[in-house]
Design a protein around this ligand. Structure first.
Ligand SMILES: [Zn+2]
Length: 174
């Protein structure tokens, strides 16, 4: 968890940034978190674990491995939506668990939902490592987080850190 003034993937500004790849790069840390998610959703009849690129690929794989299930991922396409490419198949009614690393606004997860719904898959739940959303989000499916850490995030025009003149950092890859 880094402190400063960060531009999040969601476009919001925040004094806190979770550098998720310090966890994901370390199997000794990431595997037990995937175990928490896998254990939580055990016995729900889940048939496929999916996530959004990039962290969600790794988490979906490990959660699926622990549950003895296949994994898939939804990637960005030029239209800005997410799609299941690479020959991934989702059957109508197939029971699906969506996983991701850090939950802030839920944008990536909603994009995965859209991609699943194009195939008429049945989303059973959402599992994330850290839920940092300020106000709890409602996906219409059960949400489980390994850690709930509500953290402030601001629209750029309302950001008190901008007003105080603190330089903005853009972490991550994009
Ligand atoms: Zn700001």
């Amino acid at each position: 968890m880094l402190k400063g003034h960060f531009l999040l993937t969601s476009g919001l500004h925040s004094p806190v940034y979770w550098e998720k790849f310090r966890i994901i790069e370390n199997p000794a840390a990431a595997v037990p978190l995937c175990r928490m998610i896998a254990d939580h959703f055990k016995g729900r009849g889940i048939e496929l674990v999916v996530g959004p690129t990039t962290g969600g690929i790794i988490l979906a794989f490990e959660v699926a491995r622990q549950m003895g299930l296949p994994a898939a991922f939804a990637e960005k396409v030029p239209s800005g939506e997410r799609e299941f490419r690479r020959g991934f198949t989702i059957r109508p009614g197939q029971k699906i668990l969506v996983v991701d690393d850090i939950l802030t606004t839920g944008k990536s997860i909603r994009e995965v939902f859209e991609a699943v719904r194009k195939h008429r898959g049945d989303i059973v739940g959402v599992g994330v490592m850290v839920d940092r959303s300020e106000v709890p989000l409602d996906f219409g499916a059960q949400l489980y987080s390994c850690l709930r850490a509500a953290t402030p995030a601001y629209q750029p025009e309302a950001c008190p850190l901008c007003r105080s003149g603190l330089p903005l950092t853009k972490p991550g890859s994009s």
